[in-house]
Design a protein around this ligand. Structure first.
Ligand SMILES: Cc1ncc(C[n+]2csc(CCOP(=O)(O)OP(=O)(O)O)c2C)c(N)n1
Length: 379
């Protein structure tokens, strides 16, 4: 039985500096050790997909990312793993508690996933490694894992059946961190007065060149690319909903200001990430919700956004400031006053419908975009 601290010490020495996940009792001692380690960051995520995108964001800031999940959470991992990490060639370390493993009696909800877990990882092209039985082998094992990941750009998983890791100390004090006070809300709700392309032009003109920009999938990333391509841009080509978690992982691992250009459909898909942002309180994080009330990229199907007050949600989640943007001049002013010292900021921008005519797609491959962006971020 390996202690969580023994595993985490070896992983930290191999350079895995950022950890995020959702607990499983089988890997509880690993989570505790990651949270306690002085050189590591551990972020408790609202779901395992958010943890996956957070770890991708860390990698984009030059820090190796790791995800902790129960195998029942692999379903949540699938989308950001297949359509964000894999195309970008970003390798993640996955530590996965294996409930329902063959030979271990378990609850009915773990029976099917327990059986298919190794095959599912195989289908996801995640290489499976074994946690060594002897602690003395851990350092070499994790070093090899890290080297293989760098060479191949592929993710690797350690499956932890019962008895792989020591159980967590149930009496250990666990502190959630201070509660974020509710943020302040500025501006009044206004009718839309600009298209996304016009708003993106305003954003581009307002942002200094050293800001890192993460654009959500669909028309937003495509219009940003069409307007202007830059190493400071990260274009999500998939992983709808994960742009804010990618940006959060980046903001927590870099001193740069990070601006996420999100959609209403995307923000709603993973609204829980607002709670993680608010609780982590990265001062250098800005989320701009471009709200056209629709999934415009797939044909304009309406979203629930008319019923959602994004600024109120963000402020209630602990964003320091949430702005109801009234027009483009207000947007420029709100961005100019979004200091990287006093965020997180949320800017809710109502949009007129419509997309640029003959909209192309980023001509660089996602892996090229990722490497170019990481070079920009760490420079
Ligand atoms: C997980 C996932 N589900 C569905 C899609 C298909 N899809 C791509 S863009 C998009 C709409 C996104 O809506 P929104 O964020 O509001 O941006 P808009 O299209 O309005 O710019 C959808 C549904 C996807 N890429 N990923």
């Amino acid at each position: 039985v390996i202690g969580g601290g023994e595993f985490i010490d070896a992983a930290a020495a191999a350079g895995f500096g950022f950890w995020s996940g959702v607990p499983c009792s089988l890997v509880g001692s690993v989570i505790d050790a990651a949270a306690d380690h002085p050189d590591l960051t551990y972020v408790g995520a609202t779901n395992e997909g958010e943890a996956t995108a957070l770890a991708v964001g860390a990698w984009l800031a030059g820090v190796r990312g790791a995800v902790i999940t129960q195998n029942s959470g692999l379903g949540n991992v699938v989308n950001p793993l297949t359509s964000l990490a894999a195309p970008a060639g970003v390798p993640l370390l996955i530590v996965c508690g294996w409930r329902g493993a063959p030979g271990h009696a378990d609850e009915p909800q773990h029976a099917l996933m327990g059986q298919i877990t190794p095959a599912l990882l195989g289908m996801l092209k995640v290489d499976r490694r074994e946690v060594p039985a002897a602690a003395a082998s851990l350092a070499a094992e994790l070093r090899m894992a890290a080297e293989w990941m760098t060479e191949t750009g592929r993710s690797q998983a350690y499956l932890a059946a019962p008895g792989t890791f020591a159980r967590a100390d149930a009496d250990r004090p666990r502190v959630a961190g201070p509660a974020a006070p509710p943020g302040r809300v500025e501006g009044v709700a206004a009718a839309p007065s600009a298209t996304r392309l016009e708003v993106l032009e305003t954003v581009r003109a307002a942002l200094p060149a050293d800001v890192a920009v993460v654009a959500t999938t669909g028309h937003t990333a495509r219009e940003l690319f069409a307007l202007h391509d830059s190493p400071a841009h990260y274009y999500h080509v998939g992983a709808m909903g994960s742009a804010s978690a990618t940006g959060l992982g980046l903001a927590l691992n870099s001193d740069r200001q990070v601006v996420v250009l999100d959609g209403d459909g995307s923000a709603l898909m993973r609204l829980g990430t607002m709670a993680t942002v608010g609780h982590q309180r990265p001062a250098n994080f800005v989320q701009v919700v471009l709200d056209n009330g629709a999934h415009a990229s797939t044909g304009g199907q309406p979203t629930a956004s008319p019923s959602v007050d994004f600024a109120a949600v963000a402020a209630a989640c602990g964003f320091a400031r949430a702005v109801r943007v009234e027009d483009r001049a207000h947007l420029a002013a709100a961005l100019a006053t979004a200091s990287p010292e006093d965020g997180p900021h949320l800017l809710h921008v109502p949009l007129l419908p419509g997309a640029a005519a003959d909209l192309g797609r980023p001509t660089l491959a996602p892996a090229e975009v990722a490497l170019r962006f990481r070079d920009f971020v760490v420079a």
